[in-house]
Ligand binder design. Structure first.
Ligand code: G3I
Length: 414
């Protein structure tokens, strides 16, 4: 059917003949889109929603479906409708950005993903202005064998973010988990393990130098009671492994913000106190540290409501704070009451960040419930994210949007 979007798209395509082609999965149209509307050969510009059109592999004539019926017929045209009005989405990142923050998501294995609805929302920079690769920059992905570095998948995720006008949060350089056994069981002495860790950081953070906004340099260093988590790094090097890692990260990428990141530190308590004491000590030693990440993997109605005061005390040390892996799970099946509680909980968490000027951003740990890590680890739980498995925004989406829109304290992210 010939519609206004199609005509506008054809005009836009002609106007863009000389523009640089957009790589596959890059944005090629949408409300206020000023970039190229031309896709690389072998891909075409697929209309997803008023905010977003995306280059996807194939040709429109063979892959267009009822839901994408406004797709065009050649690989160099677009269906963006400049006159379209926003429907159900509110633009979480756009709202956050107006208040000096970013709103981001995390992704995993994007290169295998053909779920256009998921990709359209996840890559919509009005919704998400930041992207954290969920697994591709971890040690088991980047240095599976000693001194043999692999960046293919990490590069894909970082490039995808960049192609969608999103900053990338690097995740993570030193972690006890997803650590190859050659490191964890290598039996290395102190000096050797330090050099292995420094070499890993120099290579990985060096590879992404200038491409990531921040690094979660050390992930999850503490036990629940605030004692140090035993890991090959702590057991062999002692607590100084954290300072060594931070210094190595700064040397490898002087502009990336360097973070420590942990879970169950959102509220005040032993674990958060331990992180606070560590941050104080690192700052006193002159160790480069820019921020503290609070993962915020939460359970509906099961957390202590001291987030704002807790975030503020870290900010008062002169550090940025960020919510880095937010999700709020529930025991399945979902009910309206649980979804309403979840919406209220999300609003609480987002408001805690928004009340602290140094709280620079919020990242949810993936976009829609069908991509969440939770069911694989907690089989009876899930539905933790802002979009359901049909990519429909949940009540929590709107409560987050409301909170962002109502924020009065300007953040320091730009
Ligand atoms: O890549 C393999 C694939 O080849 C294989 O077919 C498949 C079969 O199970 O497994 C794939 O690896 C999985 C990997 O995610 C990539 O999807 C692992 O089994 C799985 O254990 C791994 O889970 C990740 C988890 O960290 C590991 O601890 C989750 O996706 C990731 O979301 C999660 O993220 C962590 C943060 O990094 C730190 N904070 C907690 C958070 C949630 O656990």
């Amino acid at each position: 059917m010939l519609n206004r979007g199609l005509v506008l798209g054809a005009v836009a395509a002609i106007a863009a003949q000389s523009a640089q082609a957009v790589a596959v999965y890059g944005q090629c149209g949408g409300l206020n889109w000023t970039g190229s509307t031309v896709c690389d050969a072998g891909s075409y510009c697929l209309y997803s929603n008023p905010y977003y059109s995306q280059c996807v592999p194939g040709t429109a004539s063979t892959t267009a479906t009822a839901t994408t019926s406004s797709a065009t017929t050649t690989s160099t045209t677009t269906t963006t409708s400049a006159s379209a009005t926003p429907t159900s989405l509110r633009g979480l990142h756009a709202l956050a950005k107006a208040k000096g923050r970013y709103f981001g998501t995390a992704t995993d294995q994007l290169w295998t993903n053909t779920d256009t609805a998921y990709l359209a929302i996840t890559g919509n920079s009005s919704e998400f202005g930041a992207n954290t690769p969920g697994n591709q920059q971890k040690w088991d992905a980047t240095e599976k064998s000693r001194n043999v570095f692999t960046y293919t998948n990490g590069d894909y995720e970082v490039a995808w973010a960049e192609n969608h006008s999103q900053i990338a949060r690097g995740h993570t350089l030193v972690w006890h988990s997803q650590l190859p056994s050659w490191v964890s069981s290598g039996g290395f002495d102190n000096a050797t393990l330090i050099s292995i860790m420094e070499n890993h950081i120099a290579n990985v953070a060096g590879h992404y130098k200038g491409q990531v906004y921040s690094w979660d340099v050390v992930n999850e260093p503490f036990n629940e009671d605030g004692t140090w988590r035993t890991s090959v790094f702590y057991n062999t090097i002692g607590p100084s492994y954290v300072a060594i890692a931070l210094r190595a990260a700064r040397a490898a990428d002087p502009t990336a913000k360097l973070y420590l990141n942990d879970y169950n530190t959102d509220w005040t308590g032993s674990k958060s106190d331990a992180m606070y004491a560590l941050a104080q000590s690192l700052i006193a030693q002159g160790v480069p540290l820019d921020g503290i990440g609070f993962q915020a993997h939460l359970i509906v109605n099961s957390f202590s409501r001291t987030f704002q005061a807790n975030y503020q005390r870290f900010a008062d040390l002169g550090l940025d704070v960020a919510i880095t892996e937010l999700d709020i799970r529930m025991t399945l099946p979902t009910t309206d009451a649980l979804l309403a509680s979840q919406a209220e909980n999300y609003k609480y968490v987002v408001n805690a960040c928004l009340a602290v000027s140094r709280c620079v951003g919020i990242t949810v740990w993936d976009t829609s419930d069908d991509y969440s890590w939770i069911p694989s680890v907690f089989p009876t739980q899930g539905a933790a994210l802002l979009f359901d498995a049909n990519k429909k925004p949940k009540p929590a989406y709107y409560s987050v949007a409301d909170a962002l829109a109502a924020a009065t304290v300007k953040g320091t992210w730009s």
